[in-house]
Design a protein around this ligand. Structure first.
Ligand SMILES: Nc1ncnc2c1ncn2[C@@H]1O[C@H](COP(=O)(O)OP(=O)(O)O)[C@@H](O)[C@H]1O
Ligand SMILES: [Mg+2]
Length: 273
């Protein structure tokens, strides 16, 4: 097993928090973002986390990345608790966060600077990943000269250049149009085959999750918990219009619909109270 998330709870606190026994008691000043989340990811597995907006997906990614700490519970990578960011994990966010004053090549070499890798070697590695994500010819372009899709390719290449064991992707294709998004999904699978990374991919698109994942973790509305794990046992490349794809789609949509209804009811009751 590569990664284990154990009883993970995250409470964002604006003011007061109390803990009685094992139970966190919150007033209006705090938000229970995720509560008692447990899951495991095997080496080389492609796992999608699927859930409604605000259910704590980004929170989980940030904690796995070591960018934030849990209120309780822990994340183990190769059996070792995560204490902060590390070279074994890298995140690709939806907003590409490229350096506007650096070229494509220099954006990708960035993560390798200060690691003792000599300049020539850094550039050789960057060129390798530029090829892998299909950006040859754009080495010297600046971010403002690139389309949204191309910027996301740079962000992916930059993450891969660090050669992490685990690639965390938080709605990375959220800002792409539907056609480009489908192409990117296919390319990501190709990259996954070629690099054998463990990938944890967050999305709220049901189709994206079914197209990509070995395993889908469906989350509940806030406070986010894992509601269901679904193994997607279809050969790749998957046909989005096949009967088997459709069967999984209806099953997932059903789970999500229950959550959306619950969230709506909760909002309604809050308004009445
Ligand atoms: N830094 C923060 N401080 C307070 N509340 C936060 C913070 N980050 C996220 N939240 C709240 O936690 C919940 C989960 O957020 P997030 O993990 O971003 O959800 P998702 O990525 O699924 O949309 C949301 O209600 C959000 O408003
Ligand atoms: Mg998010």
């Amino acid at each position: 097993m590569k990664l284990e998330v154990v009883s993970l709870t995250k409470i964002y606190r604006h003011n007061i928090r109390n803990k009685i026994g094992n139970k966190h008691i919150c007033n209006d000043e705090c938000v229970i973002a995720v509560e008692n989340v447990n899951f495991r990811v095997e080496e080389g597995e492609f796992v999608c986390i699927l859930g409604p907006s605000g259910c704590g997906k980004t929170t989980i990614v940030r904690i796995i990345a070591g960018l934030d700490s849990p209120t309780s519970g822990e994340v183990l990578v190769d059996g070792v608790p995560v204490r902060g960011p590390g070279k074994d994990r890298c995140v690709v966010f939806q907003e590409f966060a490229l350096f506007p004053w650096r070229t494509v090549l220099k954006n990708i070499t960035f993560g390798l600077e200060n690691t003792g890798v000599p300049k020539d070697e850094r550039e050789r590695i960057a060129r390798k990943y530029i090829r892998l994500v299909g950006l040859e010819g754009f080495e010297n372009a600046y971010p403002h000269e690139l389309s949204g899709g191309m910027k996301q390719r740079v962000a992916i290449a930059r993450a891969l250049a660090i050669d992490p064991d685990i690639l965390l992707m938080d709605e990375p294709f959220g800002s792409l149009d539907a056609q480009t998004r489908n192409l990117f999904q296919e390319e990501l699978l190709r990259i996954w085959y070629e690099t054998s990374k463990t990938i944890i991919f967050v999305t709220h698109s049901v189709d994206e999750a079914i197209f990509l994942a070995d395993k889908i973790l469906i989350m509940t509305a806030r406070p986010g918990k894992i509601k269901k794990e679904i193994d997607v046992d279809l050969p790749r490349m998957r046909n989005r219009t096949s009967k088997e794809f459709n069967e999984i789609r209806s099953c997932v949509l059903d789970e999500l619909r229950q959550e959306a209804l619950k969230a709506m009811m909760m909002q309604h009751m809050k308004r009445l109270s």
